[in-house]
Design a binder for this molecule. Structure first.
Ligand SMILES: Cc1cc2nc3c(=O)[nH]c(=O)nc-3n(C[C@H](O)[C@H](O)[C@H](O)COP(=O)(O)OP(=O)(O)OC[C@H]3O[C@@H](n4cnc5c(N)ncnc54)[C@H](O)[C@@H]3O)c2cc1C
Length: 430
């Protein structure tokens, strides 16, 4: 294999954005992805919809907090669904939740299109399992493929694997789950049901939630989640469920992760069966789709040059090296059972994310992007959402391109140039 300027480990939303941004600025880029499409949790995990990515005053959308490549992805998505479905345009005058909806399969194809147009190479079905390094430099990653092991080398690396596989394998300082007991937020397998009588279902829902609580109390439902969590807007008569909950298992332990897949699928059946028995709206309902991979909300987090805290988010700290914004709530699904801690973020405020939270202390040619950047357990529960991951990824790609242009390591980039490039491409950083 040729040596690339940049190898992006993991083609989730953060990895895809990092790769597109670096290629846009002229770098040769390879994405190494263990699955068969870009998008990560959005694709394989069926995660839906986008959490809010805008400020809002009196019900009016006032600023797109996550813009740049994220807006471009939405623009292309709306273009692709044109004629098939009504578009969900980011309309600055209308924060009615509609702009958070998207069609999963179309979004995956948009990411394919963008990779093709930016000239990003992709190796699918390729799993990184070890890292070669010398001093402060990552030399190569080794990956398993259908043709055996490949050694893939590059000048720079971005770890966008969600689980922080490269930083972990390279021995970077990282934190699994929460401080103290290392428990992570629960894993969830999302699923979708079609042919539901939606108006009736919405009417029945309060009663169904009551029955669900009773079924949990009697042991008929084993899922520790406190209620049924669902979302609409995918299509006529379709409901998206984000409601299974697997707790106390480590997503980075292969045996625990494998057990989690089975437990979650049993919960899918349990809930579907419960609804078939208790909802008249479910008379003709069909279980149409179960995510091919369990969704991991949290696992390893870099403990890098700066560790973002919940206090910094809620103080709306304006970091001088800001490279992205966010304004999602602290949203911690209980790592050990029932309940969800939500600390609402004011809808008309936003926080900044510093470049230093992408920077490992140990290496000069590695950045981390996406849900595994350097945060506490609490701050990660806000920063992890899809729109923010895209913005972080875009910033990582721009920063690597700036480093390559200046012939420096990732610690040596002129942050003002990174910020200028990002805003030039329409990203919001202040
Ligand atoms: C159940 C659930 C519900 C959620 N709900 C919402 C929601 O409603 N709205 C919202 O905005 N966000 C939500 N989130 C959060 C959000 O989906 C994720 O945090 C975000 O998508 C993470 O993006 P990422 O690119 O950092 O990582 P991922 O999407 O996890 O991407 C990482 C990629 O790296 C690949 N990879 C991993 N290891 C390797 C390896 N060793 N070699 C090669 N490739 C590898 C993976 O296959 C994957 O494609 C939810 C998350 C979960 C799990």
């Amino acid at each position: 294999m040729k040596e690339y300027d940049l190898i992006v480990a993991g083609g989730g939303l953060a990895g895809a954005a990092a790769a597109f941004a670096a290629a846009r600025d002229g770098l040769s880029v390879l994405i190494v992805e263990k699955a068969a499409s870009l998008g990560g949790a959005l694709s394989g995990g069926l995660v839906y919809p986008f959490c809010p990515f805008y400020t809002e005053t009196d019900g009016k959308l006032t600023k797109l907090v996550n813009a740049g490549l994220f807006s471009e992805m939405i623009r292309r998505h709306n273009e692709k669904i044109k004629g098939h479905f009504p578009p969900a345009e980011p309309n600055i005058h209308q924060a009615d939740g509609d702009i958070r909806r998207f069609k999963t399969e179309y979004f995956k194809m948009v990411l394919d299109d963008m990779a093709e147009e930016f000239g990003v190479d992709i190796l699918y079905h390729t799993m990184i399992h070890s890292v070669e390094y010398e001093g402060r430099t990552i030399k190569a990653v080794k990956a398993s493929t259908k043709a055996g092991e490949l050694t893939l080398s590059a000048k720079y690396f971005v770890d966008a694997t969600g689980d922080g596989e490269v930083m972990y394998l390279a021995g970077c300082d990282c934190l699994l789950g929460r401080e103290g007991d290392n428990l992570c937020q629960p894993m969830t397998t999302c699923f979708r049901v079609c042919n539901i009588d939606l108006p009736l279902y919405k009417k029945e829902l309060p009663e169904l939630q009551k029955l669900y609580k009773e079924a949990r109390a009697s042991g008929e439902i084993t899922n520790p989640r406190e209620n049924i969590l669902q979302f609409y807007g995918i299509g006529e008569g379709i409901v998206h469920y984000n409601t299974t909950r697997v707790v106390m298992l480590d997503p980075t332990d292969p045996i625990a992760l494998s057990r989690a897949e089975g437990i979650a699928r049993r919960q899918v059946y349990e809930i579907f069966d419960f609804l078939k028995k208790n909802s008249r709206a479910y008379k003709d309902a069909v279980l149409i789709s179960v995510a091919s991979e369990i969704g991991v909300r949290e696992s390893r987090k870099l403990q890098g040059v700066h560790v973002i805290t919940e206090e910094e988010l809620f103080a709306c700290t304006r970091f001088e090296d800001s490279i992205a914004l966010g304004n999602y709530d602290v949203d911690i699904h209980s790592p050990d059972g029932t309940g969800t801690r939500i600390r609402k973020f004011d809808r008309d405020k936003y926080y900044t994310i510093p470049y230093r939270s992408l920077l490992p202390k140990e290496y000069d040619n590695l950045l981390v992007a996406g849900r595994c950047i350097s945060t506490t357990h609490e701050a990660q529960s806000s920063v992890r959402i899809m729109p923010i991951c895209v913005s972080i990824g875009e910033a990582a790609g721009v920063a690597v391109a700036e480093a390559a242009r200046s012939g420096v390591g990732v610690h040596g980039v002129d942050i003002k140039n990174v910020q200028r490039t990002l805003t030039g491409y329409g990203a919001e950083i202040y």
